[in-house]
Design a protein around this ligand. Sequence first.
Ligand SMILES: Cc1ncc(COP(=O)(O)O)c(C=O)c1O
Length: 401
Amino acid sequence: MSSFLDSIYSEASRKVKPSPIRDMLHVIRQPGMISFAGGMPDPEIFPIGQFKEAAGIFDREGKDVLQYGTTEGYQPLKEFLCEWTAPRMGRKPELDEMLITTGSTQVIDLLCWALLDKGDCVICEEPTFVGATLTMYNHGAEFLTVPCDKDGMKVELLPEIIDKAKKQGKKIKFVYTIVNFHNPLGCDLSVERRKKLLEIAEEHNLVILEDDPYGYVRFDGEDLPPIFSMDKSGRVVFASSFSKILAPGTRVAWCVGKRELIRKMTVFKQGVDVCTSVVAQAMVYEYCRLGYLDAFLPKIIDHYRDKRDAMEEAFKTYLPKDQVKYQTPKGGFFYWIETPNIPARDLFDKAIEKKVAFVLGEPFYPNGGGKHNFRMCFTFASPEDTKEGIKRLGEAIREFA
Ligand SMILES: Cc1ncc(COP(=O)(O)O)c(C=O)c1O
């Protein structure tokens, strides 16, 4: 339908695409639906009591907490995070190397403001987090996608991909990589590939956006060093978030990178939202200061490991082995399933009829693909629902087989 706005909308407005995951919410909310779709934490373990206690910060700091805050972020939270992240980051970040953001989605947005002109290229994994590519797409990004295997992005393919794009006159600005428990693949980028990726970024003068919201949710094996910790030239922007380790409703996240670039992002943030909610930052800070974050992490790791195991157990019991392929994630939130003989879209329709939902693979491929894949989140549904949901999924698959 035409409207008076048609001739007024921006070019970006004409092209903007809604998130297919958010768009599914009305389907997922149907009564009786069991959803493995959204990448959501288990609300049953939200630390509601401790968070209420953290509201005690209003007694001490209420006048500041309710005032406008600095765009850079609430200083006590930044001080806490610089200290708390230091062992993992390889050194303690300086305060002016860190920016607090409204979700790590905003890190992606601000980095795009700082680096991208329309038509510039971003290198990313194929598949990759659809929320990230939609944000980049809003900035006019084009995508150079790199296939993955069980060790993440096949970085050895990058030199050829980069040379080809450069010959076509494309400008490549940054690499977007989800290093731990990839969304949607569930895999880690191996240490060798992290090193190689950094070398390639140095050779071709690229920034790396190392997106790591799941790194603290490891069930098995050793933590892998962030690319940030290997970086001597300041080209890595490391992003993480409280969404998966505390609660996404806080919308508090952070990034660390080269001062100069963080400053640019901060100036853009001034124009986007002035500052991240000081109320949210202060409560998150107080929660951390009281030691609750450190106490909560082992709890969520155990809880989600059990949930992962319950989902895999249900896969083994209810899914026809010859019709599905998957790899066990060592952490994070997701299984990535391949159904080589069944188009995922057809399976999705059948699954919805049976009141079970997942996310189709296609949106995770910015340049097309994923027709036989889908993503299953194992953290949200209860153990009973997981069993029942996978049983229904198994029935749906058998109807095609
Ligand atoms: C890889 C990845 N990056 C970023 C985000 C966004 O997280 P936030 O809630 O901090 O905006 C998500 C959320 O699912 C994600 O999976």
